[in-house]
Design a protein around this ligand. Structure first.
Ligand code: B9F
Length: 129
């Protein structure tokens, strides 16, 4: 049963795509993230993603966290945390919140370095079993 396994292609409400290609037995995963929105202008490029998912167990739907390094843009990083849900029809939804950390030049600018938000992901394509 692959429900709430994070492998595959996901899209959020901002039209960003995330492809999770490797999920290890211990829950560690990696993939790439293509953001549709950027604050830098220019075309979107794939950025590396790494995370960890709790093992699906008795405690309800699993939680997870991952980071995206915006290495094509700058040395900014986003950390996401979220949970996977499955509805009656079997549709999976990932609800997340994120912190985007921008590199600033000095401690005096630290106050403005972090943005916060929410993203909801659904599967773009179902995976073949
Ligand atoms: O626009 C960001 C960025 C990093 C350095 C220059 C530009 C990179 C893309 C972030 C995408 C965010 C949203 N996309 C999505 O799917 S991550 C959370 C949202 N969910 C200047 C410095 C830091 C930001 C702007 Fe930049």
């Amino acid at each position: 049963e692959r429900k709430c396994q994070l492998n595959g292609l996901w899209r959020n409400e901002q039209d960003s795509l995330m492809e999770i290609s490797v999920v290890r037995d211990n829950g560690d995963f990696q993939g790439k993230y293509l953001t549709r929105v950027t604050l830098a202008g220019g075309c979107a490029r794939a950025s590396p993603l790494k995370g960890a998912q709790q093992q699906p167990g008795e405690g309800g739907w699993p939680t997870f966290a991952f980071t995206v390094r915006w290495d094509k843009f700058s040395n900014a990083t986003t950390a996401f945390t979220g949970q996977c849900f499955v509805d009656m029809s079997g549709k999976e939804t990932l609800t997340t919140m994120w912190l985007l950390r921008e590199a600033v030049g000095s401690l005096k600018e630290d106050w403005k370095a972090t943005r916060v938000g929410r993203n909801v992901f659904t599967r773009k394509r179902t995976q073949k079993e």
